[in-house]
Ligand binder design. Structure first.
Ligand SMILES: *Cc1c(COP(=O)(O)O)cnc(C)c1O
Length: 358
């Protein structure tokens, strides 16, 4: 079976963890500080603050943006639940707007239509590693006086018009969960152009303290450990190579797959293929996915249920593009460990199943 995702952990990561273990300093320390500095280089030099997960990053970025009770934040429903969970954990309400099905990302027109006097922020998701329409979102945020927060959990090193994701919004949030394009075990990063926002996130992650026992605000313990940061630092050095491999794998798949809709890339966009997601337009998606599994091609459906219809939200909304995507998507393996033989197996499995009319 070709796995749908495969974290790559090498000797360098093991040695880095061992180095931290031997140092005896396990909690947040010099490795975290170095990881932040190094991460800033892939977000056009913005401030970076490391935390314990992507969800924490979103939660704290929202709080730092002043989002709280009575506020609305516009998000896509076609995303991982963490996107909307973070809004509700901050005390605000997630307002779900439809996506543009070609990019699978939040549709700027749908987002604009969802703006009310309570709207405080827009939070597009760079889903599957494809940058959201940030030029339009930046204009929209400016026009309506809203905060712009990027959910970049799936999009390390993606870019639009030569500007990296993570360098567009008032804040952006990355995840280092093991299946993401790079990992620290668990972990997250907030990036921001604002020194003050960076300071508030640092306070929030550490019980509101900058100086020990002089707590300035009410905060969490959402610190990253030096063990995790040491892994993340090594992975960051490998990210560019892995991204190039994901992109060449995706190019091969797009060139050879027939009979289904392959991912499109917007003008000016650099897609980093966290997922390579096809649409089985009009076919029985679950049967199609089962046939692929039968042929040894691991696959995944991200996400079968839009967030607004999950038991945790249970909202009745009319989001036709979101529903269409949720019914038609299958993500194929695209990770850097695929061999040429694996790629050929994936192509022939998809083409066979498409031709058989599953
Ligand atoms: C993974 C992910 C998150 C949450 O990241 P964690 O590190 O798992 O907390 C948030 N948003 C999206 C779109 C994700 O894919």
């Amino acid at each position: 079976m070709i796995p749908a995702a495969k974290p790559i952990i090498g000797d360098e990561e093991r040695e880095a963890v061992d180095r931290v273990m031997r140092s005896g300093m396990l909690a947040q320390g010099p490795e975290v500080a170095a990881f932040e500095d190094e991460f800033s280089r892939i977000v056009d030099g913005r401030y970076s603050v490391a935390v314990n997960s992507g969800t924490s990053a979103l939660h704290m970025a929202l709080i730092a943006a002043g989002v709280g009770a009575g506020d609305e934040v516009i998000v896509p429903s076609f995303s991982f639940a963490a996107t909307a969970n973070a809004v509700h954990l901050a005390g605000a309400t997630a307002i779900f707007a439809d996506i543009d099905i070609d990019s699978f990302c939040l549709d700027p027109r749908a987002a604009e239509a969802a703006i009310t006097p309570r709207t405080r922020a827009i939070m597009p998701v760079h889903l599957y590693g494809h940058p959201a329409a940030m030029v339009q979102f930046a204009k929209l945020a400016k026009k309506h006086g809203l905060k712009l927060i990027e959910d970049a959990a799936q999009a390390h090193a993606a870019a639009l018009d030569g500007v990296s994701v993570g360098a567009w919004g008032d804040a952006a949030c990355f995840s280092f969960y093991p299946t993401k394009n790079m990992t620290s075990g668990e972990g997250g990063m907030v990036t921001t152009p604002s020194e003050e926002t960076a300071r508030v996130i640092r306070l929030l992650r550490n019980q509101g303290m900058e100086k020990r026992y002089a707590n300035e605000i009410v905060g969490f313990n959402t610190r990253m450990t030096d063990l995790h940061a040491a892994i993340g630092r090594v992975q960051l050095t490998k990210l560019a190579g892995w991204t190039a491999k994901r992109q060449s794998n995706a190019a091969f798949l797009t060139e050879h797959i027939t009979g289904v809709i392959t991912p499109s890339v917007a003008d000016g966009a650099v897609h980093v293929y966290h997922q390579y997601t096809i649409r089985v337009d009009g076919r029985d998606r679950d049967a199609f996915a089962a046939e692929l599994t039968e042929r040894g091609v691991g696959n995944g459906v991200y996400y079968p249920t839009p967030i607004h219809r999950l038991p945790s939200f249970e909202l009745e909304l009319d989001l036709p593009q979101t529903e269409k995507a949720a019914a038609e998507v299958i993500s194929l393996p695209v990770h850097p460990s695929l061999s040429q033989g694996d790629l050929e197996t994936i192509v022939s499995a998809v083409n066979d199943v498409a031709k058989a009319g599953a």
